[in-house]
Design a protein around this ligand. Structure first.
Ligand code: ADP
Ligand code: MG
Length: 484
């Protein structure tokens, strides 16, 4: 494997991803059953889901609105009228014998998803976004196979990229960006463990400099960010080895086995299903009307990438901090709200760094919605530090008290007498007392042991319960120690 890096100097990986995104709908795409996860098997069905004769589909308008949000956010071209098509295949989890999907008239085409990779901004172009319904699930227990149709008919959209990705890292980063965007827009919850975001990866390699695409394989069933990376990397290596040995890559569908860390052929080119697509005669063409479009456009939030860049530009945050704070929309909202409450853009940086250290630490992996301190309350605390009313160190103690009691920063500082001692005369007096109490150390310092300055600052902090203004104390101690 170690020589793969060398081989990749002459071979270029080419990857296109097809990602199924479960839409955040309460009911199914074409019928009223609920979409809840984890319900008893086959409890979320109805005649349409079961494909019973005579049952007719009615499209869930909310699914359209959600898919449109993704289309608008990615700058896609949106069809004013699109159509549903039947995609036929025969599998126990598909009672109708076809899946309702879209074929030659998808809802959205083109557009792209922006992502940052190694400090460089890149746009991954999309081929299409179309609407479809999910299939059920086959469950295998020993020799018995059972079918659960709770997932059948759940509304999905499929987001298909052009073959624009060129490494496993890029593909994984694309998945993260799509996941972030889907959640940011409220289009879906994107929980990969619940299969709400599922990725099929098309992978080929070609000699660098070659324009034509190589023969691709399609990897199915990749259900975590880590597996996207591992499965693609594994497939790139497999293909390069075949080609280096003078062989040919077979056009086939392969199934990623996460436990074994390898992929196995699932079906070959000859067997690749002929889906016999045709327009679904039970469903009228889907029209995107003006009011729906207007609603989607006027409620479109500032998107993750522009927001990250604004945090860098307006708030002066370094890239990594801006990226962490735009990892989800609630975090970004928290920062904006705190800065607004502070009424001073100069406080954005200290607020951001306090969020990334202290706040994230107390949250311990929980979402920011669970923050024990509101944005305005955090702003008040940071303003006290910036105004030198309290030191940064005391701020951490005050923050802990705020988390525990819900009281405001100013209130805690006043009540517990935590104001920083910044009065020069008072501090000088304290410093003089301290030096008088430690004549030996003073002598050593003056003999050249500069490191003792830290000792004096520490002693002063101890004597004042951490309230001495650190910068001023250091300055005064230096002055007093220099004067013989
Ligand atoms: P299909 O309908 O057979 O899945 P599509 O042409 O719709 O094929 O492409 C599906 C995905 O495969 C897209 O994401 C596309 O970018 C990608 N793709 C197509 N050809 C290649 C290739 N040679 N190498 C890598 N990805 C490819
Ligand atoms: Mg495909």
């Amino acid at each position: 494997m170690s020589d793969l890096a060398t081989l990749l100097e002459s071979w270029e990986p080419v990857i296109g991803l097809e990602v199924h995104v479960q839409l955040a709908c309460e009911s199914k795409a074409f019928s009223p059953s609920a979409t809840s996860f984890g319900a008893p098997p086959n409890s979320l069905t109805d005649p349409t889901v079961l494909g019973l004769p005579g049952a007719l589909p009615t499209f869930n308008a909310h699914a359209l609105e959600l898919a449109l949000r993704l289309g608008v956010a990615t700058g896609a071209k949106i069809r004013a009228r699109c159509r549903f098509a039947r995609k036929h295949y025969f599998y126990p989890d598909l009672p109708k014998g076809y899946q309702i999907s879209q074929y030659d008239e998808p809802l959205c085409e083109e557009g792209g998803i922006e992502l940052w990779l190694g400090g460089v901004r890149k746009k991954v172009r999309l081929q299409r976004i179309h609407l479809e319904e999910d299939a059920g699930k086959n469950l295998h227990h020993g020799t018995a196979s059972l079918v659960d149709l709770n997932r059948a008919g759940v509304p999905l959209c499929e987001v298909v990229t052009l073959p624009d990705l060129h490494s496993a890292e890029e593909a994984a980063e694309y998945m993260r960006a799509l996941h972030r965007l889907v959640r940011w827009l409220g289009v879906g919850e994107g929980d990969m463990e619940k299969g709400q975001l599922r990725c099929d990866a098309n992978v080929s390699v070609r000699r660098r400099g070659e324009d034509r695409l190589g023969v691709r394989t399609e990897l199915k069933n990749i259900n975590s960010f880590r597996f996207v990376h591992r499965a693609i990397e594994h497939e790139i290596a497999r293909q390069v080895r075949i080609l280096e040995d003078g062989g040919q890559v077979e056009r086939e569908t392969r199934l990623w086995d996460a436990d074994a860390g390898v992929s196995q052929p699932m079906r070959s080119k000859e067997e690749i299903a002929d889906y016999r697509y045709f327009p679904d005669p039970d469903l009228p063409p889907l029209a995107v009307d003006g009011p729906t479009m207007r609603k989607v456009i006027t409620t479109m939030p500032e998107l993750p990438v522009p927001r990250l860049e604004r945090f860098m530009r307006e708030y002066g945050l370094p890239f990594d901090d801006a990226a962490l704070l735009t990892d989800d929309r609630e975090r970004a909202d928290y920062l904006d709200e705190a800065v607004r409450a502070a009424g001073d853009g100069a406080l954005a940086r200290p607020i951001a760094s306090f969020m990334l250290t202290e706040l994230l630490r107390v949250l311990d992996g929980q979402p920011i919605a669970k923050a024990p301190v509101a944005p305005a309350a955090l702003a008040e605390l940071i303003a006290l530090v910036a105004g030198e009313v309290i030191s940064g160190k005391i701020a951490k103690d005050v923050f802990a008290k705020m988390c525990a009691s819900g009281e405001g920063a100013q209130h805690i500082v006043d009540r517990d007498d935590l104001r920083q001692i910044s009065d020069e005369a008072t501090l000088r007096g304290l410093c003089e007392e301290l030096l008088a109490a430690h004549p030996r150390q003073v002598e050593q310092y003056r003999a050249g042991k500069d490191s003792l300055l830290g000792f004096f600052v520490g002693q002063l902090m101890k004597a004042t319960g951490g309230k001495a203004n650190p910068a001023l104390s250091t300055k005064l101690l230096e002055q007093l120690l220099a004067a013989t």
